[in-house]
Design a protein around this ligand. Structure first.
Ligand code: GTP
Ligand code: SPV
Ligand code: MN
Length: 607
């Protein structure tokens, strides 16, 4: 069997189903990009932008009901429902193939089916994985070209004829009643119909690199995480790497590209990845991370020369903009980028004025840009071995409760902290925005199997490595009584990262509290930052009553997993309740209630 024959057979099968007028194999070349871009402009999938201001940049406008991931229509189709777990939508595989197959059948009549071989992970890396996606969307092809290594480069990496993830995508009619994003981990396959948007349609990203990869990683001993990866270079020239899991639209891209505040001269920050990390144990007993992607599909609103200058520099050329405002001179604009232009064309293609009070860009408007264009890109971003992790961060948007940063007591406690994550929902997914929901490890929408088993896998990984990274929790989004953010965020977040790295190196003062180790007021380097003492105190506070309430809610969440929840997570929960000094609720599931204890006196601990 030739290397390509299994792919060819699968593509033939897809074509027999969708019945396109023609099938075009993508090779990933520059000439092909030019040709497909011209075609996309001709058919209206892309609008040209000002070639002087934004060379090689184009604008795409999605239909208004296809502007975010649709989690309600995303399914894990394992033979047994319990293997998808209580936090995933489940569909029987036979039913899913039938339903999605029915919608897909004949859906490309008169259209072109593009075949996209793609590689996730650096070429030559043992971590890299090949996928093949078919699609009838040029927008998808051109995004996949930026976000993955597409074309011949991928075929060359195929280790065995059958070793590819089958990614079937059809735009369909975009009707929500006929939209399904289905994952078949046991078949290494993804079938997605009815959406042309981001994570629903660029199947290498969340579908393959998180849901399918996570499933594979569990049996193969590695992890697929919704994490950015950043390197912090000290003035000494030493670089340490940190991975961070924050839910969608909660700051990964910005943290990965941060520019140190003026007071931190000599520090450099290197971007390895902004959304996904594949993590495996190294021979040195540490965890090593690679970024499987080749580009950034970043949130536009809030991105400015002040908040994220690296991203702004990155997106001045060869960038696809999705659902932003078009200015009168064919430039782009979004809320938070700069003072608004007087008028323009909004994300839905309607005339817009700044006086209208309407949003010019969709809150989930995005840019797609090649990683190589990022000024802070790390020289190791394509290193086949990845980078060694000193620390892992969990974080989210929490107006209350969580301090700016705290350290977990050890790996298992850190896994428990990850399981406790919660965050205000954002425009990255369809549905209500701003409501707090549990989102363990920022993976609630992306875990391809039972999340109880996922917690178990995290615990097992800790046992497997001698020098696991330290685990921290961060919150850049705490608000004061006036509703304003207490912390300036963005580049200033480096101050928290440096405390975390201090802790990794046996330095940095911490206060032991029931929730973990919180920096002492003096331990954070606040040089050059005008932060009143009471604000700092508010940022670092962990209110016991709030935490008891949260622990009760977390218990309810964990109870959903029943007996499948690893006992260690239950034990950690009981220990937290115990430390909080009063039992406010029964412990999750069958576990007995913890003994009440007097609140321990806080003490300052050295590493
Ligand atoms: P996904 O691509 O959806 O996974 O998101 P992400 O985690 O990469 O989020 P991103 O960095 O794009 O940030 C999302 C939004 O949060 C943007 O509007 C940012 O401007 C804003 N943001 C990022 N970091 C901070 C911060 O430190 N403080 C505040 N206040 N806002 C921030
Ligand atoms: C997210 O929603 O977390 C994203 C964008 O990074 S998407 O590719 O749509 O998943
Ligand atoms: Mn994401």
């Amino acid at each position: 069997m030739s290397k390509r024959s299994a792919i060819e057979a699968w593509v033939d099968d897809a074509a027999r189903r969708a019945r396109p007028e023609r099938v075009v194999w993508c090779d990933g070349s520059e000439a092909e990009k030019e040709r497909l871009t011209a075609e996309a402009v001709r058919t209206g999938a892309l609008a040209p932008l000002n070639p002087k201001k934004l060379p090689g940049c184009f604008l795409h406008r999605s239909p208004p009901h296809d502007v975010a991931r649709t989690e309600k229509l995303t399914f894990i189709c394992t033979p047994k429902k319990e293997d998808a777990g209580p936090t995933n939508n489940w569909m029987d595989p036979a039913e899913a193939y039938k339903r999605v197959g029915g919608i897909f059948a004949g859906s490309m009549k008169g259209r072109t089916m593009y075949v996209i071989p793609f590689l996730m992970g650096p070429p030559g890396s043992p971590a890299a994985r090949v996928g093949v996606q078919v699609t009838d969307s040029l927008y998808v092809v051109l995004n996949m070209r930026i976000m993955t290594r597409m074309g011949n480069a991928a075929l060359e990496e195929l280790s065995a004829p059958d070793a590819f993830t089958r990614c079937l995508h059809g735009t369909g009619d975009l009707d929500l009643a006929r939209r399904f994003i289905c994952h078949f981990p046991q078949d290494n396959a993804i079938w997605s119909v009815g959406s042309g948007y981001g994570g629903n349609a660029l199947l290498g990203k969340k579908c393959l690199a998180l849901r399918i990869a996570g499933f594979l990683g569990r049996s193969e001993g590695w992890m697929a995480e919704h994490m950015m990866i950043v390197g912090i270079e000290a003035p000494s020239g030493e670089t340490h790497y940190i991975a961070g899991a924050f839910p969608s639209s909660c700051g990964k891209t910005n943290l990965a590209m941060l520019i140190p505040p003026a007071a931190f001269e000599g520090y450099k920050v290197w971007t390895v990845g902004d959304d996904i990390a594949w993590i495996r144990p190294g021979a040195d007993g540490r965890l090593w991370a690679v970024n499987p992607e080749a580009g950034f599909f970043g949130v536009a609103p809030g991105t400015s020369r002040k908040t994220n200058p690296n991203a702004m520099a990155m997106i001045q050329k060869n960038t696809i903009y999705t659902n932003v405002l078009k200015t009168l001179d064919d430039g782009v604009w979004w809320e938070g980028m700069s003072d608004p232009p007087a008028s323009g064309t909004d994300w839905q293609g309607r005339p817009w004025t700044s006086a209208s009070g309407e949003k010019g860009a969709h809150p989930n408007a995005r840019f797609t840009a090649p990683a190589a264009q990022c000024p802070s890109i790390s020289k190791h971003w394509q290193d086949p071995a990845g980078v060694p992790l000193s620390a892992i961060l969990f974080g989210g948007r929490r107006a209350r409760l969580a301090p700016l940063i705290y350290e977990s007591f050890d790996w298992n406690h850190g896994v428990f902290v990850g399981s406790s994550m919660a965050s205000e929902t954002t425009a990255a997914a369809a549905g209500q925005v701003g409501v707090v929901r549990r989102d363990p490890m920022a993976m609630l929408p992306f875990c391809g199997y039972n999340m109880a088993d996922y917690f178990g896998h995290w615990l097992a990984m800790g046992r497997r490595v001698k020098n696991p990274p330290k685990i921290f929790h961060v919150n850049w989004f705490r608000k004061g009584a006036d509703g304003a953010f207490l912390w300036p965020g963005y580049g200033e977040n480096l101050r928290a990262l440096l405390w975390a790295l201090d802790r990794c190196h046996g330095k940095g003062q911490a206060q032991e509290t029931p929730i973990g180790l919180v920096p002492t007021a003096k331990a954070l380097n606040l040089k050059g930052l005008d932060l009143p003492t009471d604000r700092l105190e508010a940022l670092l506070a962990a209110d016991a009553d709030d935490w008891r309430t949260d622990a009760a809610d977390h218990a309810q969440f964990l109870a959903r997993f029943g007996k499948r929840l690893p006992p260690e997570i239950r034990r950690q929960h009981q220990a937290l309740v115990h430390r909080l000094g009063r039992v406010s609720t029964p412990a999750p599931s069958t576990g007995g209630a913890a003994k009440p204890r007097k609140k321990g006196k806080s003490r300052t601990v050295k590493n």
